[in-house]
Ligand binder design. Structure first.
Ligand code: UDP
Length: 364
């Protein structure tokens, strides 16, 4: 019986693994002889960035928790590698499944491959070309030792082909994050609290920011928030603050009556707000995929993206990190003149089933 070890470490991983686990469970119920272990690396460990997602997305408790959170990039990578190697030696699987582009993706794929265990990378092949972002390094290193690439777009397929990856290793399957979005859409719920009760549909903005280029320098963070406040013309802005942004925000002492900062929200609450928003301002990658499928205008505060399909076919626009460039984009959203979602191939809610069927077929 094949054993698959599924790795999750940080917030954007949980929505990607949930449908894969559900697809394995479905095949098990149908009587297929297959088993999996879920390993949480502990990269994000608090309730708001981890525990709540397990509950809301019906992810079973992990079989192992590696406690690899905290520290610098290298400390975290090292701690996760050491603990994951031990996990693999005690419970040797046929294949390790990593998702996305976080530190755990990199650390666990290296540990597995060095033990001669196959690696599958869900969301393989995407590239921003920006090596100043740790995520791009994680993607490149992981893809250099991956055996099965599960890709979200034709652009990712072409990146892999250009890198000389043989066609039979590339599986164009779609986007597991969208599987979760489609499955959870009927369960979205308004967050509790006065401020959320008062919001009028399509008359407020949602923003998220956590990339080092935007949040690590206090003055540029302040300049960007000032530009957002100016461009949104007094409409309420809901800003769930990522832990890495919180520290610098406190020092800025921003006081704008329409800017509502709150703790990170649960998945169902956050996407309820996104779905009903007039627009979203973000530097997240995953959020640009969700806004596209929900046909909500989105501006990305980055100079590049690894998800170009969200621009060509979705509702995303790249604004860059210069606050002076933001105004015309926000004016366009205010005027209601935004482009519409065109549909992105295979982002249809069935990606995880395709992945699991390919893997079961390959290892049975
Ligand atoms: N998200 C959430 N609550 C929040 C902010 C984001 O549930 O307060 C979800 C969002 O819907 C998306 C994911 O977190 O599914 C994106 O994670 P993040 O921005 O941390 O990572 P990135 O996509 O930038 O790697």
């Amino acid at each position: 019986m094949p054993l698959f070890t599924i790795v999750a470490g940080a917030r954007p991983n949980f929505m990607k693994i949930a449908p894969i686990i559900h697809a394995f469970q479905k095949r098990q119920k149908e009587g297929l002889d297959v088993s999996f272990r879920l390993v949480h690396t502990g990269q994000h460990y608090d309730k708001k960035m981890s525990g709540d997602f397990f509950e809301q997305l019906s992810i079973p408790d992990p079989d192992a928790n590696l406690g690899g959170g905290g520290g610098t990039q290298a400390e975290q990578t090292g701690a996760i590698m050491v603990a994951f190697e031990k996990e693999l030696m005690e419970n040797r699987p046929n294949l390790v499944i990593v998702v996305g582009d976080v530190t755990s993706t990199l650390a666990c794929s290296i540990a597995a491959k060095k033990l001669q265990i196959d690696v599958a990378h869900v969301e393989g092949g995407i590239r921003s070309g920006d090596l100043s972002m740790p995520e791009e390094i994680n993607r490149m290193v992981t893809d250099s030792i991956t055996d099965h690439f599960f890709t979200t777009s034709e652009i990712a397929n072409n990146n892999l082909r250009k890198a000389g990856i043989p066609e039979e290793k590339i599986h164009f399957v779609g986007n597991t994050m969208i599987d979760t979005l489609m499955a959870q859409l009927p369960h979205f719920k308004k967050p509790e609290g006065d401020i959320f009760q008062k919001l009028e549909p399509k008359n407020y903005f949602v923003m998220t920011m956590h990339r080092p280029a935007n949040v690590d320098q206090e003055q540029s963070l302040k300049a960007m928030i000032d530009a957002i406040l100016e461009g949104t013309e007094g409409l309420p802005i809901i800003f769930p603050v990522h832990p890495r942004t919180a520290k610098n925000l406190q020092n800025l002492g921003i006081d704008a009556p329409n800017l509502h900062m709150c703790e990170p929200l649960g998945y169902l609450e956050f996407n309820y707000l996104v779905k009903n928003a007039k627009g979203v301002i973000t530097d997240s990658g995953g959020v640009t995929e969700e806004t596209s499928v929900m046909n909500v205008p989105c501006v990305t505060l980055r100079n590049n993206t690894e998800r170009a399909e969200t621009i060509h076919l979705g509702t995303n626009e790249l604004v860059g990190t210069d606050p002076s460039k933001l105004r015309p984009y926000l004016q366009k959203i205010m005027r209601g003149e935004w482009k519409q979602y065109q549909g992105i191939p295979l982002w249809d809610g069935k990606t995880a089933e395709r992945i699991v069927d390919i893997l079961i077929h390959s290892y049975s």
